[in-house]
Design a protein around this ligand. Structure first.
Ligand code: RFL
Ligand code: PHB
Length: 391
């Protein structure tokens, strides 16, 4: 099989790229190791920046999103027994949207397939060949047979555990890594959200986040040790810990309900440099990981694709390869800004296991500095709603 762009991975990055290329008449195919049901059922992100929503809308993938997403104008920071609201919309003129990643993935799969874009599920890419030539090849295994996809360019949208990063020669490859001494225990529950807006709570026992998927489904996270076993957390223990970390506030009562699923995720920051080698371009989690406190992972994946799709379009439509040459550089400017923001939100709100009373007082002082000054609030809000896409 031969296409112009071979895409590895049917996550948000690969699916959006396929859609944007297809709309420009550029042929592509997606190789995805998991089944369609698995890809559509994987519970992960939930918060989309306005810019991400605008791009999904422009590419014809926003119809259900606009019907079902919850639109949020603000968030709350809760610390030291106080609630502080950050009015995102008043400060930036922009909003954020709550829409489950797996819902966005379902929409993107359906629209791509309906448009005739081939997506090979349960097809595992195991080798890239000739990425420095003009006809790179993806070797993959599909329905028990070895197959080859020949293309002009390869998009490595294969997530953090993918294989594409490995083709960058060790002499050129730099991986910037930070592993945090904590993780998140995430739950999905049949419970109306505790509040209309997201609550980010810094408590002496650890961080807690109250978010949601709909008016009747809560998604909540607790800071736990990175190797915590979720089975050690009974439903009663989970709700009791959320209750403690939320604290007592007038007009705010923890909403509980049946826990539908739970899981622990370790947290890390990671950046690959460079993001391209020969005719292979990394995008999304394949190139970078952020701790989820800033809600940036999926949004960064979408921002990479905005740059990559435009660069490929300029090449095919105008024979202009400048966008491709500077792809990684362009993306990395935004990636490092998001890395900083995600690290900052994480360090400001989590309790470090080796923290001392000085660290606790300094952390509270920082939270007051951010939430009681308009300049501080604006800094947080501008980054939270997302920086404009680079052109
Ligand atoms: P994905 O979604 O991991 O997709 C990669 C795909 O590649 C496939 N694959 C292969 N296919 C073929 N051959 C191979 N050899 C392959 N190797 C891998 C995989 O099966 C998979 O389908 O990467 P992508 O597209 O870059 O998207 C990134 C996002 O998924 C990720 O950044 C977000 O989920 C992160 N994230 C959040 N991001 C946000 O923007 N807002 C949030 O609110 C948010 N919350 C979160 C999050 C991530 C979390 N976890 C579980 C890590 C909350 C959590 C708890
Ligand atoms: C989510 O809704 O899953 C979510 C929202 C905000 C975050 C992280 C996760 O910072």
């Amino acid at each position: 099989m031969q296409v112009q762009v071979g895409i590895i991975g049917a996550g948000p990055a690969g699916l959006l790229l396929a859609r944007m290329l297809h709309l420009q008449g550029i042929s592509c195919a997606i190789i995805e190791s998991r089944s369609r049901a698995y890809a559509e059922g994987r519970v992960r992100a939930g918060l989309l920046e306005q810019g991400s929503v605008d791009l999904l809308t422009e590419t014809g993938m926003g119809e259900r999103l606009h019907k079902e997403a919850l639109v949020h104008d603000g968030i709350e920071l809760i610390f030291n027994g106080e609630r502080h609201r950050i009015d995102l919309h008043e400060l930036t003129g922009r909003r954020v949207y709550i829409y489950g990643q797996q819902e966005a993935v379902k929409d993107m799969i359906a629209i791509n397939l309906a448009a005739g874009v081939p997506i090979y599920f349960e097809a595992e890419a195991h080798k890239l060949e000739g990425v420095e030539s003009t006809k790179p090849r993806i070797h993959y295994r599909y329905q028990g047979k070895d197959e080859v996809l020949t293309c002009d360019y390869i998009a490595g949208c294969d997530g953090f555990h993918g294989i594409c990063r490995e083709v960058i020669p060790p002499a050129l490859f730099k991986g910037h890594d930070r592993i945090y001494p904590f993780g998140w225990l995430g739950i999905m529950a049949e419970a109306k959200p505790t509040s209309d807006e997201l609550l980010y709570c810094r408590h002496d026992r650890g961080f807690a986040l109250f978010t949601m998927r709909s008016e009747s489904v809560s998604r909540c996270y607790l800071q736990v040790p990175p190797d915590e076993n979720p089975d050690d957390w009974s439903d009663d223990r989970i709700w009791s810990e959320f209750d403690t970390r939320l604290g007592r506030h007038e007009g705010l009562t923890l909403s509980t309900g049946k826990i539908l699923m739970k899981g622990v995720t370790a947290m890390r920051s990671f950046v690959t440099e460079p993001m391209q080698f020969g005719r292979m371009f990394l995008a999304g989690d394949a190139a970078h990981i952020v701790p989820p406190t800033g809600a940036k992972g999926m949004n960064l994946a979408i921002a990479d694709i905005y740059v990559l799709a435009r660069a490929l379009t300029s090449f095919y439509k105008k024979n202009d390869s400048r966008g491709l040459e500077t792809y990684g550089e362009t993306c990395l400017r935004r990636v490092w800004r998001a890395q900083h923001f995600s690290w900052w939100m994480t360090s400001m709100l989590h309790i470090s296991p080796d923290g001392n009373p000085f660290d606790h007082k300094r952390q509270l002082a920082e939270l007051y500095a951010v939430s009681t000054s308009r300049a501080g609030q604006t800094y947080l809000a501008e980054n939270y709603v997302g920086l404009p896409f680079e052109t």
